[in-house]
Ligand binder design. Sequence first.
Ligand code: TXA
Ligand code: MG
Length: 401
Amino acid sequence: MLRRLLQTMAFETKILKVDPKSILFSETAHIDGSLPTITDPETEQNLLEAARTIRDTDDTVGFPTETVYGLGGSSLNDKSVLNIYKAKNRPSDNPLISHISSIDQLNRKIYGQESCSDILQNIPQIYRSLTEKLWPGPLTILLPVPQQSTLSKLTTADQPTFAVRIPSNPIARALIALSDTPIAAPSANQSTRPSPTLASHVFHDLKGRIPLILDGGACSVGVESTVVDGLVSPPLLLRPGGFTWEQIRSMGGPQWVDCKVENKKTVSEGEKVRTPGMKYRHYSPQAKVILFAPQEGSAPLEKRLENVKSVITDHARDVRGFAVLSSLTFPDNLLDDPHGIYRCLGSSNTEIQANLFAYLRQVDEMPNIDIIFVEGIDEEGEGLAVMNRLRKAASNNVVSF
Ligand code: TXA
Ligand code: MG
């Protein structure tokens, strides 16, 4: 028991600062793979150390992307991928996204093609419009696993497809480019916890379990990438994320107009699913979460807020303390109750999305907070991804208002 504990606590986790503004890529670097210029020597040195860890060892590194912090290891190396699953306590049947810095790297490192007559030959037509417009960025596509694949079977959890994206965060891109290694990276949280959007969140969850975290500040998007499957007809949106369903439908070309949202919230153990991650508990703080979901065309706002107040008052009676995360309609002075603390997630969907995980973590870490009440938003635009995360955090404690 003690030996096992010591094995998982084997690292003194270092946090190294990196400055995203000091990293410059050319316009075409995400296609041809040209390396960035890095003007700050400390950033360059820290990135090179992290890149060596990814390329030359089986260890993992926490690093920022534009969506959330990732826990990265080589997609090509079984031991690195095992170490990712181990550090996070992640079930190993949930496949990982491979992060690449360029299409050139995809061709060389995953398809083993040193030179290609057409650099886009491994990107099926169905994805071309999306990848041209949305890469680098929070879009993940599924590709068939090539016959002679270099990818670790643990990265793909033995699925016939693999997930891949080119992140836009300069630190993530530079780390992948400098290591010249496709990086498998789930969110860098303990499995079941809210995803991390600051280096301190990664440290909180994984200290002692990984050697290194690159600290590049807050993630701008705040929810994970949008996962799409264009290999089926009509194409599917498997996970709502940083790009909205509306954006995918309007930018993907004619076939994406019919893109459907995969809607299963949970499935039973052992059932085959398109996105294996969906069957697990997710995004959960320690405190119980109760989500208020807005309902269209119901009573006047004042009446609806009365209802909200009475639900909170009922639940709050038996707890030590509670938090209310409001968004677009709950007023600051919703309740006059000293056991409650109040935070506003933001006044636009993008702000709410960016703050969501950080605020869930922030109030969860305060002493004696037993319940977190959250004001949900309409499931349009960013609302779809926000409500997807909140419904899971609330594990179906949802009250309409
Ligand atoms: O923004 C993101 O995507 C972040 C950052 C770090 O890049 N990464 C992330 O990874 O969210 P993760 O492992 O937490 O989520 C990956 C999702 C899971 O729901 C997984 O089941 C799904 O992608 N996925 C991966 N490979 C798949 C495949 N071959 N078929 C279907 N779903 C797949
Ligand atoms: Mg995750």
